[in-house]
Design a protein. Structure first.
Length: 558
């Protein structure tokens, strides 16, 4: 094998890994976070979890991504630890779909139709279609499809290039002897573990193995332990992602590790005991891409069937391995800030889903702002120091939400986003600022009332009645904003604008009556300033609530 062949093999490997990367990225963008959203809502039984985990991983083409996502769900409290077990098991089955797709390269037949199934026959066409979709289509969804097609074509071209480059190795004894050494179960498993841990993808490492089998130097006796090791090596991604996470998130990563280690141990021990009693002839046969795909699938399905009944024991084992720490309890968020845990940094690998989590958290922030307005308006009718202090606490919580959400959105903005997601992000950036201002003005109203009480001033009966009416309508407007956030129906927005018109009418009447009272010396100058500040606060609450609706409408119209 000359230097040019080595460079060709390295180039093929680079294209293969890059193709797999952009294929996964395109699939993730096309799913728009929907698969992850479905994962977060499930699952009430381990079997359903297995099916869901397998389906989600088959779609996003990465068991590591699915497992890291599950660690994030557990860390943020979206999913319980026992629910994660089935999904982790299913992810191992779902990832085998990649090896089946790659096995198409090993098809051998003189039939024209069968030849057309070979990747080298249809990959160039997929590449051309992908380029056309990317360059000439305006639809974001079509562009994502183009990315997927182009990624698949690059992946298959890279694999074909690798296979062609390594073909001369069949005549080199050292290469043949290397895979004879891998026939030793321990050495083979170590090799598979190290390779997968380095590239952090069992699908990619299986693909490399399928490309190398073109040399005819790889027997099934080497394939089996290497694949077993690959399943252990893929655990490194989840383990790394659990660093700095909650106790339960670490346990989820350990469940993944224990499932693969125990499953591998049971399979390998059982297989070689049977082989010792009644030798398997196929072990000395030369491996093929389709044979590797069968081995990969059988291994993972076997491990799942064996360990699924012991889901509870896996959870218990992980709980023993990762003990609860006192500081974990102390570090728990106050209930008002609990929604911040939705924005786990692990979700940033899938920006579309991270954006969904961000929106959910912003909804919690809006609810707090709504509560702060409710409490502030109640103080107009009956001032209470304890409730006034509570409004200050709520405003502080809203400020914390603003800081955390903006930081998270900054991280999302650094990732490649679809046009739709970019608009959504821009809309939320505007909304978060306006929601924070709503809470600010609720506090401003409270502070004005606090000043009024301190100076022993009181509203007239008429002013109280007018402010009570204004407060009821304003509260309704704020609630409409919250409803529109959850369900952006045009009718809700129209009602909110009608409420604004009513507020403007009442405000004019309050100001008119206030001037009359001032002329009759029924109000002191201090009282006049305080009332003016309160009216300004009320008006600003309405303005910023409507700006949230307007930002959402603009994003929807674009």
């Amino acid at each position: 094998m000359d230097l040019l062949s080595i460079f060709t093999m390295i180039g093929g490997l680079a294209l293969f890994l890059y193709g797999m990367h952009i294929l996964g990225e395109g699939l993730a963008k096309l799913s728009g976070g929907r698969m992850e959203a479905i994962l977060s809502k499930m699952t009430d039984s381990p079997l359903k979890g297995v099916l869901l985990g397998a389906g989600a991983t088959a779609v996003i083409q990465s068991s590591s991504a699915t497992t890291v996502m599950v660690v994030g769900f557990v860390n943020s409290g979206i999913m319980q630890l026992r629910q994660a077990v089935g999904i982790i098991m299913g992810a191992n089955i779902g990832t085998t779909i990649t090896s089946w797709i790659l096995s198409l390269s090993g098809i051998e037949s003189g039939n024209l139709f069968v030849k057309l199934l070979k990747p080298e026959a249809f990959s160039p066409i997929l590449a051309m279609v992908g380029v056309i979709l990317l360059m000439f289509c305006k639809s974001e969804r079509k562009k994502d499809v183009g990315t997927i097609l182009l990624g698949f074509a690059i992946l298959m071209f890279g694999m074909d290039t690798m296979s062609s480059a390594v073909e001369p190795l069949r005549n080199i004894p050292a290469f043949t002897n290397l895979f004879v050494a891998f026939s030793n179960p321990i050495i083979g498993m170590i090799a598979g573990t190290i390779l997968t841990a380095i590239i952090q993808s069992s699908s990619a490492s299986v693909g490399i193995l399928q490309a190398l089998c073109i040399t005819g130097a790889i027997p099934y006796s080497a394939v089996l332990p290497i694949i077993a090791g690959q399943n252990i090596g893929t655990c490194i991604t989840a383990l790394l992602s659990s660093i700095g996470a909650s106790t339960n998130a670490k346990r989820a990563a350990f469940i993944h590790l224990y499932f693969n280690v125990i499953g591998t141990a049971v399979f390998m021990v059982g297989f070689y005991i049977i082989h010792y009693i009644s030798p398997f002839d196929f072990l000395e046969q030369t491996a093929t891409p389709s044979g590797i795909a069968v081995t990969h699938s059988f291994f993972n399905i076997f491990a799942t069937l064996i360990l699924l009944p012991f889901s509870y024991q896996l959870v218990k084992l992980a709980s023993i391995s990762v003990r609860e720490k006192k500081e974990d309890v102390a570090a728990e968020l106050p209930s008002k800030l609990a929604a911040l845990s939705n924005m786990d940094k692990r979700f940033l690998d899938n920006p579309a889903f991270a954006l969904t989590q961000c929106r959910k958290t912003t909804g919690a922030m809006l609810s707090l702002a709504d509560e702060s307005v409710t409490e502030a308006l109640a103080l107009i009718a009956s001032y209470n120091k304890k409730k006034a202090d509570y409004v200050e606490d709520l405003e502080n919580y809203v400020d914390q939400y603003e800081t955390k959400i903006n930081d998270y959105m900054f991280e999302i903005d650094l990732a490649p986003l679809s046009i739709t997601d970019s608009r959504e992000l821009s809309m939320m950036q505007q909304c978060v600022g306006n929601i924070e201002r709503v809470a600010d003005y609720a506090l401003a109203i409270t502070l004005s009332l606090k000043k009024m009480v301190k100076k022993e001033l009181n509203f007239s009966k008429e002013a109280k009645e007018d402010l009570a009416l204004y407060s009821d309508i304003l509260l309704s407007l704020v609630r409409h904003t919250e409803q529109y956030w959850e369900n952006p129906e045009p009718l809700i927005a129209n009602d909110a604008y009608q409420l604004e018109n009513e507020l403007n009418r009442i405000e004019k009447r309050i100001i008119k009556e206030h001037k009359k009272r001032l002329k009759k010396d029924k109000y002191s100058v201090d009282m006049g300033f305080i009332l003016s500040d309160i009216l300004t606060g009320l008006k600003k609450v309405a303005e910023h609530s409507l700006l949230v609706i307007e930002a959402m409408q603009t994003a929807k119209a674009e």
